[in-house]
Design a protein around this ligand. Structure first.
Ligand SMILES: [Zn+2]
Length: 499
């Protein structure tokens, strides 16, 4: 029997490498095709696979349609991971758009061009960043909650736009897996610039390990024959479950103590943003676990692994006085272009408003001893604006109208086939933009008007009209504000620096 073909994009990234490791275990049944950019860094990662007969490497670029098409030729499965992620994404909105959005369009089009396109299964990896800021008390969430990329988060903007394209692609088989924060042993050495400080200390994060994510992807393909048809054409949250739920504060204390350091002596609360990041605890991440049983033991086991694999030089850190670590090693990253203290020192109005609310709010951030870091026990479940008790097969035009009104708009279509969530309907948002979108995209996916979607970010105005968005936005914004955030902020900083 001929082996089925799996195409993997983004195989040299943190998650891609783990996916590949898992796929290699099922090589007797599958043939793997990797789309790889021919640059030193990626070649280094895949050199051990170049000689494996069942692995074919196509050198090319996700932004080049011809190489994507060559790769997807006769594919049975496509796992599409290729993306530019933060912090690089923050500084390169144009290439981020090209890779994350246009690259996904290339994948969709190449699948459609195949003779057997009705049999190909596309696995798109979306992101938890699509939900935007979900601090307590709205830190529990699920698929269907509003898609609200945080201000200045181009990565989230492009991942959401690409996900929309996948959902509306018309392909017979697709899924979007929204990936959460990924744990891997390289976390300690990762150079994230100032990105780590964008995440408020009270953020509640449900992590997953890169290895578990890899296992999940591989299991989808391995067990595909046993999956029910309604597994496909859905959106899922990837999360490690209860044992991987931590606040940022807990995460930092545990990670730094693994290094033998007391993080309160080397970091200040004022280096952290108060809002405008992402991550949450999932109400529905067990769904994928029930299908694939992919999760490992928990965060504490991950910590043990980190300790075991830690380089000797990291172990020496505990011998250096805290003050020196703080001033010479840690603080400089808050002062680079995407660093929180850089924004404060340069009095940058946009990020100060977005990440703290105001300069006064930043001034008032207390020292460690006055900070409260309890896990928030509240569990607010956001409304999706229609009767969710109904079976999906029973949803009809009245449900669509109700959902549209909840979003401050209107469903312009006058009829639909009951339960047909794939055919696009006509909608109008509160600002008069008319668009077509499937009920899957709007009701199940949490997407809405493509013209109102960022960038630019105009949530203050939108939330006044749209209850769906308002239930998130007003959890930490004032109803009287009228802020508008355009996309040029990082460009301005970079231009400034060059000058
Ligand atoms: Zn609109």
């Amino acid at each position: 029997m001929e082996k089925k073909k799996i195409v993997l994009t983004g195989s040299t990234g943190v998650m891609g490498r783990e996916v590949l490791k898992e796929l290699i275990k099922i090589l007797e049944r599958f043939h793997i095709i990797l789309l790889i950019r021919q640059v030193e860094k990626t070649l280094d990662v895949v050199k051990e696979y170049i000689k494996v007969k069942e692995i074919e490497i196509v050198f090319g670029d996700i932004t080049d349609y011809e190489s994507v098409l060559r790769c997807i030729h006769e594919a049975d499965y496509v796992i599409h991971l290729a993306a530019i992620i933060p912090p690089q994404a923050d500084f390169n909105p144009e290439s981020t758009y090209k890779v994350n959005y246009e690259g996904t369009i290339n994948v969709i089009e190449a699948v459609k061009e195949q003779e057997k396109h009705k049999k190909i299964k596309l696995i798109y990896v979306g992101s938890v960043a699509e939900y935007g800021d979900r601090l307590p008390p709205i830190h529990w969430g699920r698929v269907g909650d509003p898609i609200m990329p945080s201000i200045y988060d181009y990565y989230a903007v492009t991942k959401a736009k690409a996900e929309r394209a996948v959902i509306e692609s018309g392909l017979k088989y697709w899924v979007s897996f929204r990936q959460t924060g990924i744990l891997h042993t390289g976390l300690l050495k990762g150079n994230k610039g100032g990105l780590s400080y964008h995440q408020p200390l009270k953020t509640h994060v449900e992590w997953v390990t890169a290895r578990d994510s890899g296992r999940l992807m591989s299991k989808v393909i391995e067990n595909e024959k046993d999956l029910p048809d309604d597994f496909w054409c859905q959106i899922y949250n990837i999360g490690g479950g209860e044992k991987y739920r931590l606040t940022s504060y807990e995460f930092l204390s545990k990670m730094y103590s693994a290094l033998g350091l007391d993080f309160k002596k080397i970091i200040e609360p004022k280096w952290y943003a108060l809002k405008n990041f992402h991550c949450l605890y999932f109400l529905d991440s067990d769904k994928l676990e029930s299908y694939f049983n992919f999760r490992s033991e928990g965060f504490d086991n991950f910590l043990e692994e980190i300790k075991k694999e830690m380089k000797f030089s990291y172990k020496l850190l505990r011998l250096i006085p805290s003050k020196i670590i703080k001033e010479k090693i840690i603080k400089p990253s808050t002062l680079c272009e995407n660093g929180t203290l850089y924004w404060i020192q340069n009095n940058l109005e946009g990020p100060i408003k977005a990440f703290w609310g105001s300069k006064e709010a930043w001034d008032k951030i207390p020292q460690w001893d006055e900070f409260c870091f309890d896990v928030c026990e509240e569990k607010i479940i956001l409304e999706h604006g229609y009767n969710e008790c109904k079976e999906k097969s029973e949803l009809d035009i009245e449900d669509m109208k109700e959902a549209a009104i909840f979003r401050g708009g209107e469903c312009l279509s006058e009829s639909m086939i009951k339960g047909d969530l794939k055919t696009k309907l006509k909608w109008k948002c509160a600002f008069g933009h008319e668009f077509k979108a499937s009920p899957t995209l709007v009701l199940l996916g949490g997407h809405w008007c493509p013209e109102c979607a960022p960038s630019p970010w105009n949530y203050d105005e939108i939330a006044k009209e749209n209850h769906f968005i308002a239930q998130v936005w007003y959890s930490n914004h004032d109803k009287n504000q009228n802020n508008f955030y355009d996309e040029n902020f990082y460009k301005d900083i970079l231009d400034n620096d060059k000058a």
